[in-house]
Design a protein around this ligand. Sequence first.
Ligand code: D5M
Ligand code: FE
Ligand code: ZN
Length: 488
Amino acid sequence: MVIKTIDTKFLVKKFAVYGYNLHPSAVEELRNCSVSIDDLLKELQRICDGKFIITAEDIREAEKRARERYSKRLTVKKETAEKKEEKVCGELQILKDVTGRSTCRGDVEDFIAYFNSRYEKILRILRGRVNPVPVSSLWKLRSEKVDVVGIVNDVREVNENTAIIELEDKTGIVNVLASGKIKEEAMELVGDEVIGVSGTINGNRIIADRIIFPDVPINNGRKKRSFRMVFISDIHFGSKTFLKEEWERFVSWINCESGNEKLVELAEEVKYVFVAGDVVDGVGIYPEQEKELEIVDIYQQYETAAEYFDMIRKDVKIIVSPGNHDAVRQAEPQPALPKEFSSLFSNNVVCVGNPSMIDVSGVKVLMYHGRSLDDLISKINRLNYAKPQEALFELLKRRHLSPMYGERVPIAPEKEDYLVIDEVPDVLHSGHVHTYGTGFYRGIFVVCSSTWQSQTEFQKKVNLNPMPGIVAVYQPGGEVVRLRFYSE
Ligand code: D5M
Ligand code: FE
Ligand code: ZN
């Protein structure tokens, strides 16, 4: 109750109940007072203990104190809200993510800075294994044996036994001749990756002895944890072919409500669900998509996503990064879903960018939607959609999530190349291709998660044969379990 609106008689009576007589100046002062009468009386009791007549000055002092107490209460409330958020994230930390850090405008300077960042970061990884000289100073050298580090501009097959790699560093371009076994390696270079070459100067070329990939070190001491992680992606909520029953079966399992004793025990140990993009089907992603949509409004698609995520028990944290069907910029790195959509999700859902490095209890999970897999699979002959994990191995070897520039993956030229795998993860999680595969690469658990969308008319036309409803359950340092919720 605000005092301004109370009549004088009531005021006098109310103060009399507390044993106070109001001086006329105090009544006037009370008219200008904007704190509640009860808060004011509480403060008066503190400062006017034993006093009989209350003056204007007493009112001013009590009002000041009541205000201070109110603002303190607000701070405590804010702190509690922050603590609550911290509790939800708990032992989860976002180590790297472009969200809120994007600087790019897309001009020429941005592209120069972007590729410089890519080059510098990978050069740092290669140092120690190579001792590179700048391309511009190659021809002044006395020694014939050299190392160079550069971005692969082009690879040309000369004949059955030879290829030429055009390598560029910040100072110039050099042609590298690759023969025999090295030619085979050269033919698998995808372009725009940074590599080291060790070789001999011959005229204006280098004859390669060795190609050095930045690669990841072998990790024999995998971190062991008692909890389990679940990896999914490409749910495509809103699509006509979203697999509702399969999703409900998955939820029923994760909520420990179905399956045999072993499956229930497995579900009990799940603490995290990672969702690597294509949460919804989106709108306007491909021609005539509206024909394949059950829900044509993007907001309603995310509302549905929120309802379906809400089915999952709340002590499981759900980490969601976007894909090319989600409502964020298409160019990679993509920021997390905006508040407009993420606020629809309950507290156990954390939205992160694509890519993102997440630390859960010391286990580092690198999430990347996987759009570059299409480019990689079409470029390297021995790769295919049936074993997408092998394409992911190639990304780890190149220490880059989307090495090929100007192909199917649009890249935003940020000052820092967020797609470089500078920190070595314990897990690499991707999706996008709608097929499933897991494996270990140098001790890193690699998972390409399946989809919750059966084949669409559009996918039929582009010959995409999905492997839907498969879930990878991984215990860090332990076993990988594959669960299938789809039966044909
Ligand atoms: O992509 C799901 C899969 O479908 C992924 O491997 C790309 C592939 N795809 C998508 N569009 C095309 C076209 N136009 N041609 C060939 N392959 C395609 P998603 O991100 O779920 O749409
Ligand atoms: Fe998808
Ligand atoms: Zn996708």
